[in-house]
Design a protein around this ligand. Structure first.
Ligand SMILES: [Fe+2]
Ligand SMILES: [Fe+2]
Length: 309
């Protein structure tokens, strides 16, 4: 749902986009677009605006997306703010999770040292995120060609785990990968590796194997990541499963949020009609996700999309 093109703006333009991001009277969709523009612009000034929104805003949804973008930007200028957010136990777990994951994505030794302090955090979503992030950094360190973890995928995202190596499993064995994915005896890191391998296969069949992961009861963090990658894949074949999980009011709201975003990314009439039922969901994170998801879907289907590239 975002673009990867870097564009140059004057510092005045950056400040006006930053003001839009931080203005809570503006519609959420417009604020998200401001955030994605700053992410593409990159640099210290853009990061400072994103960090300010991350620390000060009232919307957990906007804040978690700010943290996600800071991770994707992989600039060490954001590390101090991300640490503050990760350490703030009164912050929404989804925001703390995203701050931890972002430190893993930036991946420096400084990030590793911060993360190690939170491996046993009392919030399970945070502790699992941190263990994955530590694994990711150590994995890339042990792999001379590790780079920034971005290059091995057709998707441009920096992922919380790399796909499996070909020697570990034949990458076309969807059934085998699907078994690793849902095997609670495997480490979360290995299951994430199977997840990103299945995503990169990029077929309806691999998407449906991934969708089975939404039934794994052991980890909400895992289920939210499944929904996130289904959003990246944008396969209409997963619509019913995403809708089923979104409808479960007892499901963790981070998971329901990612299901809503994924439906917004799929952006068919059917997916959009499902989302309309959640515009006044009692969970703020879900309600705002539906608003943003419909906005993104609208935007992707409009000519305006070109303007932000
Ligand atoms: Fe996440
Ligand atoms: Fe999210």
């Amino acid at each position: 749902m975002t673009t990867t093109t870097t564009r140059t703006l004057t510092s005045k333009q950056i400040d006006s986009v930053g003001s839009l991001l931080k203005d809570d009277r503006q519609p959420m969709g417009a604020r998200f677009r401001a955030l994605f523009t700053l992410k593409n612009v990159a640099g210290k000034a853009a990061i400072d605006h994103i960090c300010e929104a991350l620390v000060k805003d009232e919307s957990a949804l906007l804040k978690h997306e700010c943290a996600y973008c800071l991770g994707q930007m992989q600039d060490s200028h954001a590390i101090a703010t991300l640490e503050t957010v990760l350490a703030n136990t009164s912050e929404h777990p989804m925001v703390r999770h995203e701050a931890g994951e972002a430190l893993g994505a930036i991946g420096t030794d400084q990030c590793l040292n911060i993360l190690l302090k939170f491996q046993n955090d009392p919030c399970k979503d945070v502790a699992e995120t941190v263990v994955l992030a530590v694994n990711r950094i150590n994995h890339l360190k042990g792999n001379a060609n590790g780079g920034d973890g971005r290059e091995s995928s057709i998707y441009s995202s920096v992922d919380p785990a790399p796909p499996l190596e070909e020697k570990e499993v034949d990458s076309v064995e969807i059934e085998k990968l699907g078994q690793i994915l849902v095997d609670e005896k495997e480490s979360l890191f290995k299951r994430y590796q199977a997840m990103f391998t299945l995503r990169n296969i990029n077929s309806d069949e691999s998407a449906m194997a991934l969708a089975n992961g939404l039934d794994c009861p052991d980890s909400a963090l895992f289920r939210h990541e499944i929904a996130f990658v289904l959003g990246q894949m944008q396969k209409p074949v997963t619509t019913d499963k995403l809708a089923e999980v979104l409808a479960q009011k007892t499901e963790n709201e981070m998971v329901r949020h990612e299901c809503a975003e994924a439906l917004g990314a799929i952006a068919t009439d059917k997916a959009n009609n499902i989302l309309k039922d959640y515009l006044s969901d009692e969970a703020r994170v879900v309600r705002e996700s539906a608003i943003v998801a419909l906005d993104v879907s609208d935007y992707n289907n409009s000519e305006q999309f070109q303007l932000l590239e």
